[in-house]
Design a protein around this ligand. Structure first.
Ligand SMILES: Cc1cc2nc3c(=O)[nH]c(=O)nc-3n(C[C@H](O)[C@H](O)[C@H](O)COP(=O)(O)OP(=O)(O)OC[C@H]3O[C@@H](n4cnc5c(N)ncnc54)[C@H](O)[C@@H]3O)c2cc1C
Length: 435
């Protein structure tokens, strides 16, 4: 327990790794966490992607508990270990929660008849924390790590990592732009989606072998919650899905937010994309539901470029578009308009996705059959896109790069897509250090 550990990214993965270490007596003074965002006391509500607990810390806080949801975990750890690791992450969120008894669990046990034959429903438990409690959790969690001696460097952007000489190079984002440099014995690379371009830069520079990924693209759907209430009562974060195996296409509803549900704009690679979150405080109740309708398409050459092109075509001057047969875009939780340009028809969607747009339109049409009061009372924000980072080849026992065994990739940087899987990656790497 005398190695210097540097963690790049104070997101869900990095913070769970540090917690596992200090919980087990690892000296906090040997752990440095660098993040380009802010500590939880200074992070602003609109800083959705960066800072203490990362994107997960300012999200809706739905903690899913299934190895088929949220990216790759059991491939590395096996099923049983994956579930145990996710348990540890959920326990950490409850442990630093000011009112852990308020974390609700939704656990549907069978597919309701009324969605058949149009949709299937994925069955798995999900704990719901809520955005406003997450910021309290982030403060308690941060205070704990600081009390254990962990050193944090906030508003410091890492721009290079010298894998050969085990050095991290960055800049503080203050007016003077002071340089920072750290040496490490072990490095945990946990930059999440906001660091996706940096991960790509390292992959190119060091010619890291990786696994090809598919592209996930679609829209963020929004409607009054009452239309979906009978399904929400069964499953809070319902995952409707359908597959067209012969066409290599599958669709699912993704990241459902209810009660006090807001659509959020996020930026990846400079492209605008929509997502959503929900608040717990009753003062934010707006009676809305939003979720992604995400499509995975297999067999497209160079899916990353294809997807970027599609994203550009569905925007107007770099702003996302909104279509509804009857509604206007909603307000954000801060009371401003969700940034979007309203369009009169679905031409932009067809221009962007070509024949694939029809799958999304059919999904909505079939929802109208399953939820008969929905009719034209809905809108879509375009696009919602998930650029999966290239998944570098790693050693399964500690997620270290096959070329650099003291560099460990975790979380969204290793193609996770959710809080529990990302946190579990971090815990898994920490356990390998403790061995
Ligand atoms: C709006 C929104 C809602 C979401 N809702 C949910 C949900 O309800 N449930 C769920 O399971 N998942 C949700 N997700 C996804 C989830 O947040 C991520 O999968 C998860 O946070 C990934 O964890 P991570 O630690 O890998 O990365 P992150 O949590 O994104 O953390 C990465 C950290 O790295 C830092 N960083 C990046 N690059 C650098 C650099 N060069 N130098 C220094 N620091 C850097 C960033 O500042 C950030 O703090 C949501 C995402 C968004 C954007």
């Amino acid at each position: 327990m005398d190695k210097k550990i540097v963690i790049v990214g104070a997101g869900v993965a990095g913070i769970n790794a540090a917690t596992k270490l200090v919980d087990n007596g690892y000296p906090g003074e040997l752990i440095t966490i660098i993040d380009m965002g802010k500590d939880p006391y200074n992070r602003l509500p609109e800083e959705v992607m960066t800072g203490m607990l990362g994107a997960g810390g300012w999200s809706d806080g739905k903690l899913t508990y299934h190895t088929a949801i949220g990216g790759v975990l059991s491939k590395y750890t096996g099923e049983e270990k994956a579930m145990e690791l996710m348990d540890q992450v959920i326990t950490n969120f409850k442990r630093f929660h000011p009112k852990p008894e308020e974390v609700q669990c939704s656990n549907p046990e069978s597919e309701p008849e009324f969605i058949k034959p149009y949709f299937g429903l994925r069955l798995f438990p999900v704990w719901h924390v809520g955005t406003d409690y997450l910021s309290e959790i982030a403060k308690n969690w941060y205070d704990y790590l600081v009390s254990k001696g962990v050193k944090f460097k906030w508003e410091a952007k890492v721009y290079a990592i010298d894998f050969e000489n085990e050095r991290v190079l960055g800049k503080f984002l203050d007016k003077e732009n002071h340089e920072l440099e750290y040496r490490y014995d072990e490095l945990i690379f946990a930059v999440g989606k906001s660091g996706i371009d940096f991960a790509q830069q390292l992959a190119n520079e060091y010619e890291l072998p990786d696994e090809p990924k598919s592209v996930q693209i679609g829209v963020r759907f929004e409607a009054p919650q009452e239309h979906f209430q009978n399904l929400i009562d069964i499953s809070y974060d319902f995952k409707l899905y359908r597959k067209f195996d012969d066409k290599g296409v599958s669709l699912r509803s993704f990241c459902t937010n209810n009660n006090a549900a807001f659509v959020a704009v996020e930026e990846t690679y400079g492209d605008v994309s929509y997502n959503g979150h929900a608040k717990k405080d009753p003062k934010y109740l707006n009676g809305m539901t939003n979720f992604g309708i995400l499509m995975e398409i297999k067999g497209i050459d160079n899916p990353f470029e294809w997807c970027r092109e599609a994203v550009k075509k569905v925007q107007i001057d770099g702003t996302g578009t909104y279509y509804s047969p009857s509604r206007k875009p909603s307000l954000t939780s801060e009371g401003t308009d969700v940034s979007s340009i309203q369009v009169e028809d679905l031409m932009y969607l067809y221009d962007s996705l070509g024949e694939y747009a029809q799958y999304i339109v059919d999904f909505i049409e079939d929802m109208k059959k399953v939820f008969p009061t929905l009719k034209d009372d809905w809108g879509i924000y375009m696009p919602e896109v998930k650029y999966l980072s290239p998944e570098p080849l790693v050693n399964y026992e500690d997620l270290s790069l096959t070329k650099y065994p003291n560099v460990h990739f975790v979380g969204d940087a290793l193609s996770a897509r959710g809080i529990t899987v990302s946190g579990a990656h971090g815990v898994y790497v920490a356990e390998s250090f403790l061995k």
